[in-house]
Design a protein around this ligand. Structure first.
Ligand code: PSU
Ligand code: MN
Length: 309
C-alpha cells in the first residue's frame, strides 16, 4: 500500500484462462459467489458442490466464473487449486460491498456475497449470476436495522441474479417492499408464487412471472436501453423432489432464529449462524436441498446467459 496512484479496476481483476477465452470468443458466462462456499456449507460438501455447480453450467454450454478475493486481486474464475485453498482456508472474510476494498487492500482472502459478486461480475463484464438465496430484510429489522446490502446492490448494479427466492428466515414481505423501492424487477420462473429457498411456497404472490429463459433474456435486453438500470432478481423454485415444505420449514426456522438470538449473534454472522442451526435441526437435509436449488439455479442462469450472446 505504498503507491500513490489510484488502482485501476481492470488491474485488480485476474481472469481464469477459461473465462478469458469465453470473453474473447463470446461464449455465455455465469458468475458464481464464494460466500456460499466458505460461510454457507461445511467442508468438504462446499467444494464438491462448487465443482458440481461449475460442471452444471458447462453442461449447458456456458462457462462458470466463481468469484473470490485473493492476495489483493479479484479472481474471476478459480483454478482447482484456488477453489481448494478457499474452501479450507481459516479466517476468510465474508465480503459484501462494505468489505470488498478492505479485503483487497490488506491482501486477505475474501469470499464475496451476492452484493460483492455483483460488483465484481459487472466490473468483469458478466451479466448473469447464479446463487442460492439473496440476503434481505431480517425479521425484527425495525429494531436491529439489519438489511442486507444485497438489496441496495440489486438496485444499482446491472446484473441478473438467479436465486431460489429469499430465505424464509428473512422478512419476505419487507424484502419485497425494499426491492420495489429500489426499482428491482422480481420475476418468478414458471410459478405465480414467490418461492422461499428451501420451499417452493412462501404464501406470497410473485410480482411477475416468466416461463422461459428466452423471455427473461428479452427483458434483460430491454432493460439495457436505460443507462442507469440496476439488477433483476429471478426467483427459481427448488425442484419438487428436493424441497422441504413450508409448514415443516417454519418450525426449523423459528427454532434456529431463537437459538441465534439466545447466543447473542449479531450483524454479518447472523445468516451463517442461522444456516448452521437449520442444518443441525434438519439432520443435514437442508444442505441437500440447498445443493439441489443452487444447481437448479446454475442451469437456468446458463440458459439465460446463452440468450444474451
Ligand atoms: N444463501 C445461502 N448461503 C449463504 C448466503 C446466502 O444459502 O451463505 C450468503 C450470500 O452470499 C448472501 C449473504 O449474499 O449470505 C447475505 O449476507 P448478509 O445478510 O450479511 O448481507
Ligand atoms: Mn446483515
Amino acid at each position: 500500500m505504498t503507491s500513490t496512484a489510484p488502482a485501476a479496476l481492470k488491474d485488480l481483476i485476474v481472469y481464469s484462462d477459461e473465462v478469458l477465452d469465453a470473453l474473447r470468443t463470446g461464449k455465455p458466462l455465469v458468475a458464481l459467489e464464494s460466500t456460499i462456499i466458505t460461510h454457507g456449507m461445511p467442508f468438504p460438501k462446499n467444494v464438491e458442490t462448487a465443482r458440481q455447480v461449475e460442471d452444471d453450467i458447462r453442461a449447458e454450454g456456458a462457462v462458470p466464473a466463481t468469484i473470490a478475493l485473493m492476495d489483493g486481486k479479484i479472481m474471476v474464475g478459480l483454478s482447482d487449486a484456488d477453489l481448494d485453498r478457499l474452501a479450507q482456508a481459516k479466517d476468510v472474510m465474508k465480503c459484501s460491498r462494505a468489505d470488498l476494498t478492505f479485503a483487497l487492500a490488506t491482501g486477505r482472502y475474501g469470499a464475496t456475497t451476492v452484493a460483492a459478486t455483483m460488483m465484481a461480475a459487472h466490473a468483469a463484464g458478466l451479466k448473469v449470476f447464479a446463487t442460492g438465496g439473496i440476503g434481505g430484510v431480517h425479521k425484527g429489522a425495525e429494531q436491529s436495522f439489519d438489511i442486507s446490502a444485497d438489496l441496495d446492490e440489486l438496485g444499482r448494479t446491472p446484473v441478473c441474479v438467479v436465486s431460489a427466492g429469499a430465505k424464509a428466515l428473512l422478512d419476505i414481505p419487507k424484502t419485497l417492499e425494499v426491492l420495489e423501492t429500489k426499482g428491482v424487477p422480481v420475476i418468478a420462473y414458471g410459478t405465480e408464487e414467490l418461492p422461499a429457498f428451501w420451499s417452493r411456497q412462501s404464501g406470497l404472490a410473485a410480482p411477475y412471472t416468466l416461463n422461459a429463459a428466452r423471455e427473461i433474456g428479452a427483458l434483460l435486453k430491454m432493460r439495457e436501453a436505460f443507462p442507469d438500470h440496476g439488477g433483476v432478481l429471478i426467483a427459481n423454485p427448488v425442484p419438487q423432489e428436493s424441497e422441504i415444505p413450508r409448514d415443516e420449514m417454519t418450525g426449523y426456522i423459528d427454532a434456529a432464529i431463537e437459538q441465534t438470538e439466545k447466543d447473542g449473534i449479531r450483524g454479518k454472522e447472523v445468516t451463517p449462524y442461522v444456516l448452521g442451526a437449520i442444518l443441525n435441526l434438519t439432520g443435514g437435509r437442508s444442505l441437500d436441498t440447498n445443493i439441489a436449488l443452487v444447481r437448479n439455479n446454475a442451469r437456468l442462469a446458463a440458459k439465460i446467459a446463452a440468450e444474451l450472446v
